[in-house]
Design a protein around this ligand. Structure first.
Ligand code: ATP
Length: 474
């Protein structure tokens, strides 16, 4: 993962602290010392995640007429994972340090780990202490557990490492119940679990995480074209629907020796994190590998009869797979900004208005009941249209600062003058401009300002066409 975003070395530490302080992300079971690479999401984190999920589902399911959504179980018949090749091949090469630090590493990450510690990438030995490393051995990433009261081999099951298999084993159920014709997709959002060897970088690499995946079933031979289509479409989504800066994204095709056991072509959408370029989303051509192997292992026919051409075939599959937690860290990194305002540092999270946890904050100027009561009533009135928050604590300056830090695009202040002129002040996050509007037309004015904020987000990311970028990257 070389080539980190310049000048942002300590950004992750700043985000970890902001996320805890403001209620986005907490270390899991913190009062017991936490558990490595597992996090809990606080009130604002939950709002942000719901917005991300909603935008993904809207683009991948709601606005399309060729994708169906499903939800499948985390626990599956263990034969699924034997058939899919995960029991045999879902592993990473692990090496141990035999020197001072005794750390465990993923062999294919050694060069990046050395770089991250300021060592030459091809230096021999352990990235941390330089000690000798053991030869690599394969370590399976799937978590094991047991169903029923007896912990015996026959009762062993796996926590799913991807949601995809739930969609493959339900392919015939979806075709038969919806009468879908190929090409079409099945999408789902759900938790995945991987016993990662070297997790880290905050919520970038977790052991429990959430996936947003879509399996696109198409005619054999059309898969490469669909692969290109989905690479372009998914890049567009990150830029236009979430407002991620195109300059911080690139598409990278996997080398042959990097490909997963089920894929003949994969491209990653990568983001330029403070710790280097890292995978945000993978778009894989899975061919007919999965349906074919499930046909062989289950004895069930998962082929498809194409009435347009009178042919029977096993569909090919193109899969865009995205981690929700990775989107979250991307938005936090991409949106984080510090600027000098009259000698003080202002921290601003420049989130797209459609993902911001709070869109409109309502702030009475003081704690006096004559201001708080009408301000609270205004906030109640706006709830059905916007994601709102009411806050009467602390000074107005500190409350503005808090809203800037959590990425709220608009703040409405109800002051003493409001009692006479029935008007309030709208303050906009990015430029800090203020306008006075009547309470009667407030909802409309806020709607207009959010629209303006959406176009500013679009301008910020425009200039680099994401589809052109597909060919480029640096
Ligand atoms: P790597 O090689 O980095 O371990 P991968 O290529 O195996 O990852 P995929 O199987 O392509 O990852 O996973 C699909 C998506 O799921 C990734 O693009 C990423 O957004 C997300 N993801 C994968 N593993 C994790 C994890 N441990 N924590 C958080 N998100 C993850």
């Amino acid at each position: 993962m070389p080539d980190a975003a310049p000048g942002r070395a300590d950004l992750i530490e700043r985000l970890v602290s902001l996320c805890k302080q403001r209620g986005f992300v907490f270390p899991s079971s913190e009062i017991y010392g936490g558990i490595n690479a597992v996090y809990d999401y606080g009130p604002l984190g939950v709002r942000l995640r719901r917005n991300i999920r909603r935008r993904w589902w809207r683009a991948m399911v709601d606005l399309r007429d060729d994708v169906e959504g499903i939800e499948t179980a985390v626990l599956m018949n263990p034969e699924v994972w034997v058939a899919s090749g995960h029991v045999q091949s879902f592993s990473d090469p692990l090496v141990d340090c035999t020197g001072k630090c005794r750390k465990r590493w993923r062999e294919d990450h050694l060069a990046d780990e050395r770089r991250a510690r300021g060592r030459p990438p091809d230096a021999p030995g352990c990235p941390e202490c330089g000690g000798a490393l053991t030869p690599a051995r394969q370590f399976n990433l799937m978590f094991k557990t047991f169903v029923g009261p007896v912990e015996e081999d026959a009762a062993q099951v796996w926590l799913r490492p991807e949601t995809a298999q739930g969609m493959f084993v339900n392919f015939a159920n979806v075709v038969n119940s919806t009468r879908r014709r190929i090409p079409f997709g099945i999408a789902q959002i759900g938790k995945g679990f991987r016993n990662e060897i070297s997790p880290g970088n905050f919520i970038f690499r977790l052991r429990e995480f959430e996936l947003m995946e879509m399996e696109w079933f198409c005619k054999p031979g059309s898969d490469r074209e669909w692969h290109e289509y989905w690479c372009a479409e998914r890049m567009r989504w990150h830029v236009e629907d979430l407002g991620v800066r195109a300059a911080n994204l690139r598409l990278r095709a996997h080398e042959k020796d990097e490909l997963s056991h089920y894929s003949t072509a994969t491209s990653d959408i990568e983001y330029r994190f403070p710790f280097g370029w890292g995978e945000l989303e993978g778009i894989a051509d899975r061919t007919d590998f999965d349906l074919d192997t499930h046909m062989k292992h289950s004895g069930r026919d998962l082929s498809y009869f194409d009435t347009a051409t009178n042919e029977r075939y096993v569909p090919y599959v193109v899969e865009p797979a995205l981690g929700l937690d990775r989107v979250m860290i991307t938005l936090l990194v991409d949106g984080y900004d510090e600027e000098d305002v009259r000698g003080e540092t202002r921290v601003v999270l420049r989130l797209h208005p459609d993902v911001a946890p709070v869109q409109v904050a309502i702030l009475p100027l003081s704690k006096k009941a004559e201001l708080c009561e009408p301000a609270r009533a205004i906030e109640h009135g706006l709830r059905s249209r916007f994601a709102t928050e009411y806050d009467e604590t602390q000074s107005i300056g500190r409350r503005y600062r808090r809203q800037d830090e959590i990425g709220t695009p608009l703040a409405v202040t109800f002051d003493f003058e409001s009692l006479n002129d029935h008007a309030v002040t709208i303050r906009e996050r990015d430029g800090m401009s203020q306008v006075r509007v009547g309470v009667d037309s407030l909802a409309e004015a806020l709607g207009d300002q959010l629209t303006a904020s959406r176009s500013r987000a679009a301008q910020r990311v425009s200039g680099a066409n994401p589809v052109d970028q597909l060919r480029g990257g640096d």
